[in-house]
Design a protein around this ligand. Structure first.
Ligand code: MN
Length: 362
């Protein structure tokens, strides 16, 4: 419990009337869930609170009860009345925010609620981030309880989506005993857990199915599967009239190789052919965030992403060279979370899966 941080956060909120809330670009379940929950909790104590997101990137998350209250990013700039507080969830850098809102929130007093590793570059006046938390949603829950705020069903559902997606359904390393206690409390509310699981993980549109087929066809395996890649080009997306959100989980395909340690999903956004996005997942101690940082990207220890501004062929050559370089030396052991036990004797299997959601590529 971050008592000092929570008190500073409370003081900022007490002094604010009109609050804007946003998470990172290409929002995932945790970004949307923690933003919706925070806005609703703040509204419950009489604040005018607006959660914003790029509504075109919601993908499957459109089913969530709180989505109807989200304000499109473009509308935030045209708000006539000024905001007096910005709450930044699941993110801690201005340049990771949707570009449409950056000028509006820059310079506002800021409360940061993040859980990414390597908590650097904070820009807030109050910061209740915790890299050991499973999700930003888990921190929102702790803060709500600390304040004595009541959760309603919409908040509970939003926080459930946050935690379920960011822990890979309670499977990833950062899923702690406390995460399960939080989840247990959330389940006291009316949460559509079966429906949520089905929509997010078990049902795919025709476009998504066609893109999966193309991604499987592109599977490229090297180093006996220790490294594997899939690729979706602009033409692939165009051929099925699909968008990025229709293939968010493509990086899970190369990860299925039995010995896989580094998985990469290369893709092009239609209309931006000179820009190759790479979604990276690692096992063991390979640092996905460091690999992505070589190309100006970032993320978590085992789930990260970057954009390389070049052609597909050149981006692949650059990424493959960086992976080879990284794999020359054995990975540095690292503890990504204070709750993780350094228990190497009893775990001959590769380390658990990454700490980001299956619904989006970082
Ligand atoms: Mn998150």
């Amino acid at each position: 419990m971050n008592e000092t941080g929570f008190q500073a956060a409370k003081a900022l909120i007490d002094g604010a009337k009109r609050i804007v809330i946003s998470g990172h670009l290409s929002p995932d379940g945790d970004t949307i869930g923690s933003a919706i929950a925070m806005a609703r909790l703040l509204a419950s104590i009489g604040k005018e609170a607006y959660a914003t997101a790029d509504l075109n990137s919601l993908g499957k998350l459109g089913f969530m009860k709180g989505v109807k209250d989200l304000v499109p990013v473009r509308k935030i700039r045209h708000q006539r009345k000024k905001f007096d507080l910005f709450v930044c969830v699941d993110c801690r850098a201005i340049d990771r925010l949707p570009p449409e809102i950056r000028s509006t929130v820059e310079g506002l007093p800021t409360l940061v609620i993040d859980h990414h590793d390597g908590a650097t570059g904070s820009f807030g006046q109050a910061d209740i981030s915790d890299p050991s938390a499973s999700s930003a949603g888990e921190i929102v829950w702790r803060f709500a309880k600390w304040n004595g705020w009541e959760l309603d069903d919409v908040v509970a559902e939003a926080l459930w989506v946050s935690i379920v997606t960011d822990t890979g359904r309670f499977a990833y390393e950062k899923c702690s005993p406390e995460t399960l206690m939080v989840a247990a409390d959330i389940l006291r509310h009316n949460v559509r857990k079966e429906l949520i699981n089905d929509i997010i993980y078990n049902r795919f549109s025709n476009k998504a199915m066609q893109l999966k087929r193309l991604a499987w066809k592109s599977l490229h395996i090297w180093r006996s599967g220790r490294v594997a890649e899939v690729t979706l080009t602009r033409d692939d997306f165009r051929s099925v009239r699909g968008v990025k959100a229709d293939a968010e989980d493509a990086v899970e395909i190369p990860r299925l190789c039995q010995r896989n340690e580094v998985a990469v999903y290369f893709y092009q956004i239609p209309d931006r052919t000179k820009e190759i996005r790479c979604s990276i997942r690692t096992r063991g101690n390979w640092n996905a965030a460091e690999l992505a940082a070589k190309f100006g990207g970032g993320g978590h220890l085992k789930a990260a992403g970057c954009t390389i501004k070049t052609s597909m062929g050149a981006a692949k050559r650059m990424m493959r060279a960086a992976i080879k370089e990284m794999m020359k030396c054995p990975p540095k052991p690292q503890l990504s979370s204070p709750t993780a036990k350094p228990d190497t004797k009893t775990s001959p299997e590769p380390a658990p899966a990454p700490s980001d959601s299956a619904v989006k590529s970082v």
